[in-house]
Ligand binder design. Structure first.
Ligand code: DQA
Length: 145
């Protein structure tokens, strides 16, 4: 079973970016943790990070037929990218949206997710663990024929 983990804009700056909000862990540490956890539960997880909307959409298109599920943290695109929302819907892969911070506790604009309605669900505020929970969940729902 293969899962694609997509991180959006500014998540490459984890560790140095607002550590009070996102924690001290770096993007490299995030992906190392995802790889180790996935291995434990016999899932193959590939991690990608892109700052551009078009690159994220390209990744989603390419995931069709290659992966059994998607974990996506669209970063700020969460709040306004109808294009990413449409791409998630178009490929039809089971997807879980993850946010490291608790978006419900922050500015009002972060409470709106235009992408969550086309995902199975949203995990927010559990730090890096949210990605593990999403992968664990997808393992239960997505099966390759
Ligand atoms: C984020 C929350 C978004 O509102 C923000 O724009 C991000 C990160 C999170 O993981 O908590 O870039 O998606």
């Amino acid at each position: 079973m293969r899962i694609l983990v997509i991180n959006g804009p500014n998540l490459n700056l984890l560790g140095e970016r607002e550590p009070g909000v996102y924690g001290a862990g770096t993007y490299a540490e995030l992906t190392a943790g995802i790889t180790a956890f996935s291995k434990e539960i016999e899932v193959l997880a590939d991690c990608v990070q892109h700052n551009g909307e078009g690159e994220i959409i390209g990744c989603l298109h390419a995931a069709k037929g290659e992966y059994d599920g998607v974990v996506i943290n669209p970063g700020a695109y969460t709040h306004y990218s109808y294009a990413i929302r449409d791409a998630i819907a178009a490929v039809g892969l089971p997807a879980v949206e993850v946010h490291i911070s608790n978006v419900a506790k922050r500015e009002d604009f972060r409470r709106i997710s235009v992408t969550a309605p086309v995902c199975l669900g949203q995990i927010s505020g559990l730090g890096f663990y949210g990605y593990h929970a999403a992968i664990r969940y997808l393992k239960g729902v997505a099966h390759r024929d």
